[in-house]
Design a protein around this ligand. Structure first.
Ligand code: 9Z3
Length: 311
C-alpha cells in the first residue's frame, strides 16, 4: 500500500508553481505561529482527472466548492488562519457573494450623475462582507492555493500537511474537496488529443491510493483531522463514515448525502454522532449549514488541544 502511494505521488508531475507555493506556505505558517493563531487547512472543489498528457479532456465531478468557500469564511470569523486549497475556477470566500450576474442586480445607476452605488436594500449585507474581507486581508489570515488536477491536489495536500506539522494539535485539516477515486496512470495515457476518427474509446481507470492514511499517520499526526464522506444512498452513509474513522483513526468524519448536503450533515467521532439540520425557516433566512459545522468544530478542536498540549 505504502509503495503504491509513493509510486503514485512520484508519478505526478510537479505543479509549475510548487516552489513558490512551498515558500509561501512556510512563511504563512511561521507568521500565524507568531500571532499564536490556530490554522485550518480547508480543501475545496473537485479534482480533474486528465485523459491525455497534453490535456484537452478530463473527467470531473459536480463540486463547485460551496462547502469549502463558505466554511473558510466562518473559520476566519472564529479567529482561525486558513490555508484554502481550492480548485481553480471554483467558488472563493467572500467573492462567492458577488457572482457576475448578481453584481449587476446589487448596483443602482444614478442617471443624472452617471454614478453607481450599492442599492439600499443590499447595503448592510454588502458592507458586512466587505468588512470581513478587509479584516482578513489586513490581518493576513488567508492563504489561497489553487489546483486543477487530482495529481496537483494530492501533491499540494502533502505539502500543506507537512508545513502544518510544527503546529501539533493547533492545526486542523478540513478535507471538503471532492476527490476522485479513479485515475489513468501516466504510462497508459496517450500524449496527444484522443481522435474521435479512431472510433469509440474504452477507458480503464485505476484506483487512487487513499492519502488519508499517510496524512494521519505520517504527514501531520498530531493535528485535528476532519474528513467528509459523501454518498448518494443514505443507508450506506453512516456505516461508511464509521468505517473510514476506524480505518484512518482520525478525529471526525462529516457525513453528507449529495442531494441534502446543504441542509443536513452528521458529525461522527469515535464517541458520538451529532446531526446538524437546518429548518426551512433558517434556510429562508439565508443561514448556512457551514456556520453550524464550524461552531461545533471550534469547540471540539479546543477540547482536543486541551488534551494534547501543542509543541
Ligand atoms: C464532501 O462531501 C463535501 O461536503 C461536498 C461539498 C463535496 C459534498 P460542494 O462543493 O459539495 O459544496 O458542492 N466532500 C468530500 C467528498 C469526498 O471525496 N469524500 C471521499 C469519500 O466520500 C473521502 S475523502 O470517499
Amino acid at each position: 500500500m505504502a509503495q503504491e502511494r509513493e509510486k503514485f505521488l512520484r508519478q505526478q508531475s510537479c505543479p509549475a508553481k510548487f516552489s513558490e507555493v512551498e515558500a509561501a506556505l512556510g512563511k504563512f505558517v511561521e507568521e500565524q505561529r507568531q500571532f499564536q493563531r490556530k490554522i485550518v487547512l480547508v480543501t475545496s472543489g473537485g479534482t480533474a482527472v486528465p485523459l491525455e498528457s497534453r490535456t484537452v479532456r478530463f473527467i470531473d465531478n459536480f463540486s463547485i466548492g460551496t462547502r469549502g468557500a463558505s466554511s473558510t469564511e466562518y473559520f476566519l470569523q472564529e479567529g482561525y488562519a486558513v490555508i484554502f486549497l481550492n480548485r481553480d475556477r471554483s467558488l472563493k470566500p467572500f467573492q462567492r457573494h458577488f457572482s457576475h450576474q448578481n453584481m449587476l442586480d446589487l448596483l443602482h445607476l444614478d442617471l443624472e450623475t452617471n454614478s453607481t452605488s450599492v442599492k439600499k436594500e443590499y447595503e448592510s449585507k454588502v458592507s458586512r462582507i466587505v468588512q470581513r474581507y478587509t479584516k482578513c486581508k489586513e490581518q493576513n489570515q488567508l492563504l489561497s492555493i489553487e489546483f486543477q488536477t487530482l495529481g496537483e491536489y494530492l501533491t499540494y495536500l502533502q505539502a500543506c500537511a507537512t508545513a502544518l506539522r510544527p503546529l501539533g494539535s493547533n492545526a486542523m485539516l478540513y478535507l471538503a474537496a471532492a476527490v476522485s477515486d479513479f485515475y489513468i496512470p501516466k504510462e497508459q495515457m496517450p500524449e496527444h488529443k484522443i481522435q474521435s476518427s479512431d472510433g469509440p474509446i474504452q477507458l480503464s481507470l485505476q484506483l487512487v491510493p487513499k492519502m488519508l492514511e499517510p496524512l494521519v499517520s505520517e504527514w501531520v499526526p498530531e493535528a485535528f483531522t476532519v474528513s467528509f464522506k459523501l454518498e448518494t444512498d443514505k443507508d450506506l452513509l453512516v456505516p461508511k463514515a464509521k468505517q473510514a474513522l476506524e480505518k484512518y483513526k482520525h478525529q471526525m468524519v462529516i457525513a453528507n448525502v449529495l442531494e441534502t448536503r446543504k441542509r443536513e450533515v452528521t458529525l461522527i467521532t469515535s464517541q458520538f454522532s451529532f446531526p446538524i439540520n437546518l429548518t426551512a425557516e433558517e434556510i429562508s433566512r439565508g443561514v448556512e449549514i457551514e456556520e453550524r459545522i464550524v461552531q461545533q468544530l471550534k469547540l471540539k478542536h479546543c477540547e482536543f488541544c486541551e488534551k494534547n498540549i501543542p509543541q
